[in-house]
Write a new protein. Structure first.
Length: 332
C-alpha cells in the first residue's frame, strides 16, 4: 500500500514539475518580447550614451508615430487572419491628396478628404476579400499598386508643396514638450487597445481569427467584422500619410515604397500571429519601439541603412519562427 502511494506521489510530483515547466515556457513565449525590449534598452544605453536623453526619446517616439499608427491598424487586420499590403500606396495617396487641398480649401477639408480616402480604400479591400473571395495578400497587393499609381497620376509624379504653415500642426508642432504626432499616436493606441481588449467587438475579432467558420456558425457577422478591420487599417494609413505630409509640408507619391516592411515587422515582432487569433496593441507598440530603437542606435553608430534592412528582414524571420514554434509547442 505504501509503495503504491509513493509511486502516485512521484507521478503527481513529476506531473506538477512538467506543468510548471510548460507554464514557464508559455510565459516565455507570451512575454519574451518584453524581455527583449528591456535587454535592448540596456544594450542601447551602453552603446549610445545619449540614448536615454529625453530629447532622443521624444525623437524616437516621433519617428514611431507614423509606423506605429499604421501598425496599430495592421494589428486588427492580422488578428482576423488577414494582411494588408496596400498601406504603402494608400499612405502615399493620402499624403498627396491632403497636401494638394490644404492651400485651395482648408486644413479641415484636407484632413477629412484624406481620411475619407483611407475609409474608401479599406472598404474596397474588405469587400474584395470577404464577398469576392480574393486572398488578402493578392487583393491588397493589387489595390496597393492601384493606390500608388493613382498618387503618381494625380500628382503627375511631382510633389505638392504646402504653403499654409498651420498644416505643420500634425507633424511638427508641440503641445508642451510633447510632439502632436506622439499625442495622436498615444490616443490611437489607447483607443484601439481598449476596444480590442475590453469590448465584445474585440473578442469577436479574436474569435474570427481563431476560427472564421466556427464564428460564422456561432452567429457572428464575420464578413462585416473583417471589413471593419480593413477600414480601420485604411484610416490609420491615411492618418500616417497626413502626419508625414504635415511634417514635410509636402505630399509625394513615392514615400510608401518600403514602409510596408517596417509596419509588418512591428506587428510580427510584437507577437501578433500571422495565422490570426492572437495579438495585442501593446505588443505592437513594443515591436515598433524595438525597430525604432535599433534604427536610432544604428544611425548613432553611422551604420549603413542597407545593413538596417538586412537586420530588419532577419528579425521578421526569427519572430515568425518563434511564433510558429511556440504555437506548435503549446498545442502539443
Amino acid at each position: 500500500m505504501m509503495n503504491k502511494l509513493s509511486e502516485e506521489q512521484k507521478l503527481t510530483s513529476s506531473g506538477n514539475k512538467s506543468l510548471n515547466f510548460m507554464n514557464i515556457k508559455n510565459l516565455g513565449f507570451r512575454y519574451g518580447v518584453v524581455f527583449a525590449f528591456v535587454v535592448l534598452i540596456i544594450i542601447s544605453s551602453i552603446v549610445y550614451n545619449g540614448f536615454l536623453n529625453p530629447t532622443n526619446i521624444l525623437n524616437m517616439l516621433s519617428q514611431l508615430a507614423i509606423i506605429g499608427i499604421m501598425a496599430a491598424g495592421m494589428t486588427y487586420v492580422m488578428i482576423t487572419g488577414g494582411l494588408d499590403m496596400s498601406i504603402g500606396g494608400l499612405y502615399a495617396a493620402t499624403a498627396v491628396v491632403a497636401a494638394s487641398l490644404v492651400d485651395s480649401t482648408s486644413i479641415f477639408v484636407a484632413v477629412l478628404v484624406g481620411l475619407s480616402v483611407g475609409l474608401i480604400a479599406g472598404l474596397l479591400n474588405g469587400v474584395l476579400i470577404t464577398y469576392l473571395k480574393v486572398p488578402p495578400f493578392v487583393a491588397t497587393l493589387g489595390t496597393g499598386s492601384i493606390f500608388t499609381g493613382f498618387a503618381l497620376v494625380y500628382s503627375k509624379a511631382q510633389p505638392f508643396f504646402v504653403k499654409d504653415p498651420a498644416y505643420k500642426f500634425f507633424g511638427s508642432h508641440y503641445i508642451g514638450p510633447i510632439p502632436v504626432s506622439v499625442i495622436i499616436l498615444a490616443v490611437i493606441f489607447i483607443t484601439l487597445g481598449t476596444i480590442l481588449s475590453y469590448t465584445l467587438y474585440g473578442k469577436a475579432l479574436y474569435a474570427v481569427g481563431g476560427n472564421s467558420e466556427a464564428s460564422r456558425l456561432a452567429g457572428l457577422k464575420t464578413n462585416r467584422l473583417i471589413i471593419s478591420t480593413y477600414i480601420i487599417c485604411g484610416l490609420c494609413a491615411s492618418m500616417s500619410g497626413i502626419i508625414l505630409s504635415s511634417r514635410l509640408a509636402q505630399g509625394q507619391a513615392n514615400i510608401g515604397e518600403s514602409i510596408v516592411l517596417d509596419v509588418i515587422a512591428a506587428v510580427v515582432i510584437g507577437g501578433t500571429s500571422l495565422s490570426g487569433g492572437q495579438g495585442a496593441i501593446w505588443r505592437t507598440f513594443i515591436g515598433g519601439s524595438i525597430l525604432i530603437m535599433i534604427s536610432n542606435v544604428f544611425d548613432s553608430l553611422s551604420i549603413s541603412t542597407y545593413w538596417q534592412s538586412i537586420f530588419k528582414g532577419a528579425i521578421i524571420i526569427v519572430a515568425v519562427m518563434i511564433d510558429f514554434y511556440g504555437r506548435s509547442k503549446i498545442q502539443k
